[in-house]
Design a binder for this molecule. Structure first.
Ligand SMILES: Nc1ncnc2c1ncn2[C@@H]1O[C@H](COP(=O)(O)OP(=O)(O)OP(=O)(O)O)[C@@H](O)[C@H]1O
Ligand SMILES: [Mg+2]
Length: 195
């Protein structure tokens, strides 16, 4: 069976999870795998010389477990039977993988049918992050001492990427982002699957 895999990467608080959920509501036969769900327990997270837990790096994630979840979906794509099953069975199963470190993880490089990357400027990112409560909560200085520098480092590493990434302005409204990406996905689906 053909599948269509969408990557939504981007900065912390760029709106990745929000966009993925909004898209899922409008795309038939669409599943989401969130990198947010694959952080290692706090006891396994490295600490730097400033005492900051090193959460915004690949080593903080159980990527083997995430890859297993992706493989399980690939073996049996799409939702199980339900009232809409007959109709959606005729549609290409779509998987959205969303997270802040997708395009820096080589084993995923060949999986993407379409890649998006949400950006927001430093000030807005810091403001949004300060309105959220993470587990564990960000200590004072964490954004400038760990989160933003790691983001810049990962952006830098993305310079070597060879496939197309569609950059999205995360300061646009949820609705605008949804309609931009929805239209683009529809076009790409038609192009790539011939449907
Ligand atoms: N288009 C948008 N415009 C303004 N605020 C937004 C937009 N999308 C999401 N937000 C808000 O920004 C915050 C982060 O959203 P979201 O959790 O979707 O981002 P994320 O990139 O998944 O963040 P995280 O780094 O925690 O995984 C939330 O408070 C959300 O309500
Ligand atoms: Mg998220």
């Amino acid at each position: 069976m053909k599948t269509f895999v969408i990557g939504i990467g981007g900065v912390t608080n760029g709106g990745k999870t929000t966009l993925a959920k909004n898209l899922q509501k409008h795309l038939p036969n669409c599943s989401i795998i969130s990198q947010d769900d694959f952080f290692k327990p706090e006891s396994e997270i490295d600490i730097d010389e400033n005492g900051f837990l090193q959460y915004d790096v690949l080593e903080a994630l159980n990527m083997d477990k995430m890859m297993s979840a992706i493989s399980r979906w690939m073996e049996n794509p799409g939702h199980s039977a339900g009232p809409a099953a007959l109709e959606s069975a005729q549609r290409v199963p779509i998987l959205i993988i969303e997270g802040f470190l997708l395009f820096n993880y080589k084993p995923l490089d060949t999986i993407w049918n379409r890649s998006y990357f949400l950006t927001v400027p430093y000030e807005e990112c810091k403001r949004r992050r300060s309105t959220r409560v993470y587990e564990p909560p960000d200590p004072p200085g964490y954004f400038d001492g760990h989160v933003w520098p790691m983001y810049l480092k990962h952006r830098q590493e993305m310079n070597t990427i060879t496939w197309e990434i569609v950059y999205l302005d995360g300061t646009r409204s949820e609705e605008d982002l949804l309609s931009q990406v929805y239209e683009d996905v529809k076009q790409e689906l038609e192009k790539q699957t011939g449907l």
